[in-house]
Write a protein that binds this ligand. Structure first.
Ligand code: NAD
Length: 492
């Protein structure tokens, strides 16, 4: 079995406790590597290294342009090693090779984009209302950023945080998910080659309570950039408040994908399938509630079920596999539990609904693409995030009804609308409470376009130029060049 150590202060090191834990291949259900089991001592070492690199190492005097060049080198190295990184993620996570190759080949764009932005972060000179003062602002990095990621797109979601954090001049301690830590450590092997000074990026692997908790409680961590479940996000938000840390939270969703009768129904079927079965439904932005207008409901459902039943399941490393396994055993069990809950609530099963039995699925943690009809929006299957290949189909009468159902959730991550009516498309984009609204497409994201949640789907945004401010703080500088000295007991 392979063994992955922590990455602290530019070196791969054993866990201080001497303990390790196994990471599994979801396609075989067997362990394939051992990961360092971190604890508070490892966190202390990593935060100390990151803090020292921020305060006094070469990173502190690196110019913004030099940081930009360094980020671009990281991007080039990821591009060079894309196939290797993709293969690790497929093995550790069960993600499809077809998706991973595209994803890893796209990741360099974040390093190029934020590398380009690094030296374009400009403050301003304020035309003050007071004579004799020069007042200007500058943006400064926050310090040590804790990056905590989930298991579903580990390398991608690390990149969304690390690229802007480094471009802004911060240092980082990354805690990947205990289920899928390997890709972050493979990525770390590139950092030295790229010229990243020791301590600027550190990785401590392990469990939420053992590594995550001391990390988010550490007084030298200035910000927590988190992607994960809303339950963990709430705990982290509360803990971060104790030392007034900055936070960005990318949490879960129960996103509505809304099909009107006037839509191009072939496109809409593709959009519904990609919304829920791509990545085996293990995406925060899954279109897990499919809202279908009454008049086309039965016909649309027939097409959807026919298509879902043709999905090829099997070895995720094979380029023609379309639906891979669940990434973790607990998640596999959770999805099966939700299927039982939906049946108990009175939803009608029209596709899937059980573990996959095809020989190509071997001992992997596969659940068949599953579709329920007759779902009511107040059922648990419509309100709670399943995070698997389970679609709830809900019918609606008209536009107002669609908006009401779509917005009746605690979440607000994303929404899809399928219509040929431009007026309706615009009305829907205005009415939906979601951080991203797609019209006649689903699941598109870019390094250039802000992504994040309304309501309990999160705080702050990732991607796009503006969000680099999530990793900066503003300093206002006042200089007196001739303002008269006035009464010191009266505020100026
Ligand atoms: P999770 O919340 O269980 O774990 C996420 C990370 O937090 C892991 O690294 C975990 O070890 C760590 N963690 C757990 N408890 C902690 C604690 N007390 N203190 C500090 N860290 C702790 O989430 P998951 O099951 O790994 O991922 C699935 C969830 O992530 C889903 O809810 C999904 O919607 C969400 N997600 C959101 C987005 C988005 O951008 N909005 C993207 C992907 C996934």
């Amino acid at each position: 079995m392979e063994k992955y150590q922590h990455y602290i202060d530019g070196a791969f090191v054993d866990p201080s406790s001497g303990r390790w834990f196994e990471t599994f291949n979801p396609y075989t259900g067997k362990p394939w590597a051992e990961m360092a089991r971190g604890d508070a001592i490892d966190v202390e070492r990593a935060v100390a290294a990151a803090h020292c690199a921020f305060e006094s190492g070469p990173w502190k005097t690196t110019t913004a342009s030099e940081r930009g060049a360094l980020l671009r080198r990281i991007g080039d190295l990821v591009a060079r090693d894309a196939e290797k990184l993709a293969a690790i993620e497929v093995r550790d996570n069960g993600k499809l090779m077809a998706e991973m190759l595209a994803q890893v080949r796209y990741i360099p764009q974040w390093y190029y984009y934020y590398g380009g932005l690094a030296d374009k972060i400009e403050g301003s000179v304020i035309p003050l209302d007071k004579r004799g003062y020069l007042n200007y602002t500058k943006y400064e990095p926050l310090g040590v950023v804790a990056i905590i990621t989930p298991w579903n797109s580990p390398l991608m979601l690390t990149t969304w945080k690390l690229a802007p954090a480094l471009a802004a001049g911060n240092t980082a301690v990354i805690k990947p998910s205990e289920f899928t830590s390997a890709s972050a450590l493979e990525f770390a092997k590139l950092l030295d080659e790229a010229g990243v000074p020791p301590g600027v990026v550190n990785i401590v692997t392990g469990f939420g309570g053992e590594v995550g908790t001391p990390l988010i409680e550490h007084d030298k961590v200035a910000k927590v950039a988190f992607t994960g479940s809303d339950a963990t996000g709430k705990k982290i938000y509360a803990a971060a408040a104790q030392t007034m840390k900055h936070v960005t939270m990318e949490l879960g969703g129960k996103s509505p994908n809304i099909v009107f009768a006037d839509a191009d129904l072939d496109d809409a079927v593709n959009g519904a399938i990609s919304g829920i079965f791509a990545a085996t439904g293990q995406t925060c932005l899954a279109g897990s509630r499919l809202l279908v207008e009454d008049s086309i409901h039965d016909d649309f459902l027939d097409r959807l079920v026919t298509r879902a039943k043709t999905a090829r399941m099997g070895d995720p490393a094979s380029l023609d596999t379309q639906v891979g396994p669940m990434t973790t055993l607990p998640q596999y069990q959770k999805v099966l539990d939700y299927i039982a809950i939906a049946l108990g609530e009175g939803a009608t099963l029209v596709a899937g609904g059980k573990p996959a039995e095809q020989p190509e699925c071997g001992d992997g943690w596969f659940v068949e693409p599953t579709i329920f009809k007759d779902v009511k929006n107040d059922m648990r299957i419509a309100q709670e995030e399943v995070f698997g290949p389970v679609l709830s189909v809900i019918r609606f009468k008209d536009e107002d009804d669609a908006v009401r159902i779509a917005n009746e959730t605690i979440y607000g991550l994303a929404a899809g609308v399928w219509t040929r009516d431009i007026g309706r498309a615009i009305r829907m984009t205005e009415a939906l409470h979601a951080g991203t609204v797609w019209v006649n497409t689903y699941r598109a994201t870019s390094f250039m376009s802000p992504f994040g949640g309304y309501r309990q789907s999160g705080i702050g945004r990732e991607n796009g130029a503006e969000m680099i401010k999530e990793y900066l703080q503003t300093k206002s500088v006042w200089m007196n060049f001739g303002a008269p000295s006035t009464n010191p007991f009266v505020q100026r």
